[in-house]
Ligand binder design. Structure first.
Ligand code: TPP
Length: 615
């Protein structure tokens, strides 16, 4: 039988956690330790045949759990270590030889989850995150909420001691919950607390499947500590993963959308998370070109190449708006109403929503609402648009495309002019910082893994999906530093240079991410946007004070990060990351960036502290 041992049942041959804790091993445990020690030493753990004991094997259940994670192609395990998932962690190291998944030490669970977020946005799939059920889950929550709001698949395993009779002392009680996933249930897609190994296997595969089905999102499953220590039966079965094909718009909806778009004089496409994959980006280009319509990219992902002639436009100028995976559809609809435009919304968001957290935003009054994944709907839509386009419409499209391209070229020129203001200013303007970076990055294989400075998106030439991963889904401060390290770790095997423009307030939430970057030689160039303030909130403070006709002078109280100034170069080097700065004179930037890129090309992280204008 696989599952819990009843209190009155004789104990099965297995590993007794208490004996590990006291240093004394039972006979079975001693044999297992001996077996594992030799296996680990030979680095042939996965090929070792465990001995059979009474229909079961000496293979700990956590080895089987790791086999499941392997079947799900988990490349890494991000975690802050904790006894409640020690079985899994030990199996990762000694059974799997610390490969697929490789254990990556994180210094905060918020870092583990935010790193997994950045990783998933580059790789298009989740990575394993393990955490203590109570205290670990509590630390993980904000990063999970960011992922939830951003439709990012996160795979969280929470260690817990389910059986009260097995909690050895106060700390085990403090670190156990009756329902560990309750804390995160409002911002996860699915969770479970399996009570047998068979149950765990099914739930582990099911969790992956649910996380990856659009709308994607975080999932959590409990790995009961005692379950990890059972023995896996010889015939333990790993269910085959099958991720459903994403829901595409039906043929009737496709025909209707195409009809509206083909007939429109000035259709505009608005997209936020439409391109989930590189193929999605290519499809967006096909769609825009088929219609010769402008694309407004709200950029929760890279949905459109930034220098494509059709990149740009406004829903306020349109007569038909096609909104693709746009979270704030109501806002788009409000703009569109200025010219009585028809609004079509295609999003998988309609297929899964929760009540408490309000990320669904205002109710949108649209003319056509299609509950489907945008990317999956694009091939049929493009084909239907082409089918319905007559030669006369094609000529009208061509002329429209020229007008859109001219307007977009003017907007690009304006952005270049805007960027030149304060070019030589000290502290450094964020435009100058962005363009000094671009000057040296443009000949490299690069990926802009974070930052809310807008200049790169206005002026750099983004052509590939991995070159931009959007922002923090729920705008939680503390996301950028770890998410960029996770994305850069994913980029590493592709040989890409990851670069972030890192806000100072954000880095101070989870600076430990730098140590993880150093420890695992994550090639990332971190350029500080060190404005020595929580500037977003400074602006809110100034607005409030001005509206009340009171002083705006108190901005350092509660909003400033100066006095004392934080020395980010020293902070980075103390955590093992090479660094330079603080740089306040823009003339010093180019040389520092060159040095930084050289270090990153050697496969290491590097931080440049740049003292900047507020934004
Ligand atoms: C967890 C969390 N706490 C507080 C806020 C409110 N908040 C929004 S922006 C911001 C300032 C962020 O400062 P920094 O990262 O330095 O960027 P800057 O605004 O200076 O460009 C704060 C505190 C938030 N969004 N998330």
């Amino acid at each position: 039988m696989i599952g819990y041992r009843h209190m009155d049942e004789p104990k099965k041959p297995g590993v007794d956690r208490r004996s590990f804790l006291t240093g004394a091993a039972t006979g079975a445990a001693a044999a297992l330790i001996a077996q594992q020690t030799s296996v680990a030493g030979a680095q042939t753990a996965t090929t070792a045949e465990p001995s059979v004991q009474g229909g079961e094997t000496a293979k700990p259940a956590s080895d089987f759990m790791v086999d499941i994670f392997k079947s799900l192609d988990m490349e890494y395990m991000f975690s802050m270590c904790a006894s409640s998932f020690m079985g899994i962690h030990e199996s990762v190291l000694n059974y799997a030889g610390n490969k697929n998944p490789q254990s990556i030490t994180c210094t905060h669970e918020e870092i583990s989850v935010a790193m997994a977020n950045g990783y998933a946005k580059i790789e298009g799939k989740p990575v394993l995150v393990c955490a203590h059920a109570t205290v670990g889950a509590q630390h993980a929550t904000m990063a999970l909420y960011d992922a939830w709001a951003d439709r990012v698949p996160i795979y969280l395993v929470l260690g817990n001691t389910n059986d009260a009779a097995d909690r050895q002392g106060e700390v085990f009680w403090l670190h156990s919950a009756q329902d560990p996933c309750a804390l995160v249930r409002e911002f996860t897609k699915w969770d479970d607390n399996p009570s047998s190994l068979t149950h765990f296997a099914e739930s582990a595969v099911r969790a992956y499947k649910i996380a990856m089905t659009p709308p994607m999102g975080p999932v959590a499953i409990v790995a009961d500590e005692k379950l990890q220590e059972e023995h896996a039966p010889a015939d333990a079965h790993i269910p085959k993963l099958n991720v459903p094909s994403p829901p595409a718009a039906d043929s009737g909806a496709i025909a209707e959308i195409a009809k509206l778009l083909v007939a429109a004089e000035n259709p505009v496409i608005v997209a936020s998370r439409a391109a989930r994959t590189p193929a999605g980006l290519a499809l967006m280009v096909e769609l825009a070109e088929a219609l010769q319509a402008g694309v407004v990219d709200s950029r929760r992902r890279l949905n459109f190449p930034t220098r494509h002639p059709l990149n740009g436009g406004s829903a306020a100028q349109a007569d038909v708006v096609l909104a693709l995976e746009q979270p704030d559809i109501a806002n788009v609809a409000r703009q569109a109403r200025q010219r009585n435009a028809k609004v079509i919304s295609v999003t998988a968001q309609h297929l899964f929503q929760r009540s408490n957290y309000q990320d669904f935003q205002r109710y949108a009054e649209v003319d056509m609402s299609v509950a489907a994944d945008a990317e999956a709907s694009l091939p049929a839509l493009i084909e239907e648009i082409r089918r319905q386009t007559t030669p006369a419409r094609r000529e009208a499209f061509r002329q429209r495309g020229e007008r859109v391209a001219e307007a977009n070229a003017r907007a690009f020129e304006q952005a270049r002019v805007d960027a030149s203001y304060g070019w030589d200013a000290s502290p450094v303007s964020t435009a100058r910082l962005s363009m000094e970076l671009w000057a040296q990055l443009k000949t490299e294989d690069w990926s802009y893994v974070t930052g809310w400075v807008n200049w790169p998106l206005r002026l750099w030439d983004f052509t590939q999906h991995h070159q931009y991963i959007g922002r923090a889904g729920a705008e939680g401060v503390g996301y950028y530093a770890p998410a960029s390290v996770g994305a850069a770790l994913a980029n590493k095997k592709h040989g890409r240079i990851s670069v972030s423009i890192q806000p100072d307030g954000d880095l101070m939430v989870a600076p430990g991410a730098l140590w993880t970057a150093a420890k695992y030689q994550v090639p990332i160039l971190i350029v500080m946007q060190n404005n020595r303030a929580y500037h977003q909130e400074v602006m809110w403070f100034q607005r409030a004070a001005l509206m009340r006709k009171r002083s705006v002078e108190l901005t350092q109280e509660g909003f400033g990060l100066g006095n004392p100034n934080i020395d980010f170069a020293k902070l980075a080097s103390s955590l093992g990351v090479g660094s330079s700065g603080p740089i306040a004179d823009p003339k010093d930037l180019a040389a520092a960036i060159r040095r930084g890129i050289d270090v990153v090309k050697r496969g290491e992280p590097y931080l440049i502290d740049v003292v900047t204008q507020p934004r």
